[in-house]
Ligand binder design. Structure first.
Ligand SMILES: [Zn+2]
Length: 337
């Protein structure tokens, strides 16, 4: 069965002490003037809900995390770091892999390892985070502090700055950390640069790449990845249908309205532009094609009176065209005839 990754926190607004945002005297006067007390004000959810005392995220504070150094130095500094920390921490390396054919996650500790296939819709961001979730679930040692290694800087940065708007997988990961808090053992999440000869990384990376079609499959999809997948399809499908249609030969590739929409003011403009691009805006020539108008030619220029003629060539609109070209900063030295 497919599981959707959902947030672990409700979106219900919580009340917090707004008074603390203002200097005390000013605060009291301000609320008095509104005739409300501070606890009657509905505010944004309180940030400390995302704070986690037992979990520390390290993305740049260790020497080996400076990627500008030669890989040999990074490797040596990392090995020093591990030997200083291996006594009191249980180390797990995680990684994810996404190719055209397979999406997989892998985790490895001194005692165990696993590799799972994941649904191909998931982004690399989601699977990197899922690998950490799975490591906490399956490999962690409840007796020891946990040190999890990942080469996904984006996942750790997202986790560091978690908010109500963060991706659902980040909420799930945060929730796993909070559950772990009950065991009273610490978690350190450590970023390790990829391709730096760090043996823990290399092993997890290798393991993730060993996944084949017969590797055990854990079906889990992030809601955001489903949405972006659907968005991709919603753009691709009409384009494919158009390319296979009889109109493609005569019209060719048409610029997408989506690419123009940032410049358009409202829906009505979008419709007009779409009609121009698809040559479906009403012109004498178009009406003639449907037997709704007698004369398809321009009475001034004696050329076919279609949208190209009106916009680019018709002498009747020459003055308007020059003004528009100047406004659009198009070269007016050689305006159309
Ligand atoms: Zn004309």
């Amino acid at each position: 069965m497919t599981t959707l990754v959902r947030g672990t926190f409700s979106f219900k607004a919580r009340i917090r002490d707004v008074e603390s945002l203002l200097p005390q005297e000013q605060g009291q006067g301000f609320f008095k003037s509104l005739n409300v007390s501070p606890n009657q004000i509905i505010t944004f959810p309180k940030a400390p809900v995302f704070q986690c005392e037992i979990c520390k995220i390290h993305t740049s504070d260790s020497d080996f995390q400076n990627k500008a150094q030669p890989t040999a130095i990074i490797e040596e500094l990392f090995n020093d770091f591990i030997s200083n920390n291996s006594e009191d921490s249980f180390i797990i390396a995680t990684d994810a892999s996404k190719s055209l054919t397979l999406t997989s996650i892998a985790c490895i500790s001194n005692q165990h390892s696993f590799v799972f296939r994941k649904h191909p819709i998931n982004s690399i961001f989601t699977v990197e985070a899922l690998a950490i979730c799975q490591a906490i679930d399956d490999l962690s040692n409840p007796e020891k502090n946990l040190m999890i290694l990942t080469d996904s800087l984006s996942v750790l940065q997202a986790l560091k700055s978690i908010s109500i708007r963060s991706p659902k997988i980040i909420h799930r990961l945060h929730h796993k950390k909070m559950i772990r808090e009950k065991s009273n053992k610490k978690i350190k999440l450590i970023w390790t640069a990829g391709l730096s000869n760090i043996s823990w990384n290399e092993k997890a990376d290798f393991l993730a790449r060993t996944a084949t079609n017969s590797t055990p499959y854990l079906n889990c999809i992030s809601a955001e990845d489903i949405i972006s997948h659907l968005q991709k399809i919603s753009i691709q499908k009409p384009t494919e249908t158009f390319r296979n249609s009889k109109y493609y030969d005569s019209l060719g590739d048409i610029p997408s309205v989506v690419s123009l929409s940032p410049w358009l003011k409202h829906r009505r403009e979008e419709i007009t532009i779409s009609r121009i691009l698809t040559r479906m805006i009403i012109t004498p020539s178009l009406l003639h094609k449907f037997d709704l108008y007698d004369n398809p030619t321009c009475h001034k220029c004696n050329q076919e009176n279609d949208i190209e003629h009106i916009l680019l060539n018709c002498t009747q609109y020459r003055a308007h065209r020059i003004k528009l070209w100047e406004k659009l900063q198009i070269d007016t030295q050689t305006p159309p005839s």
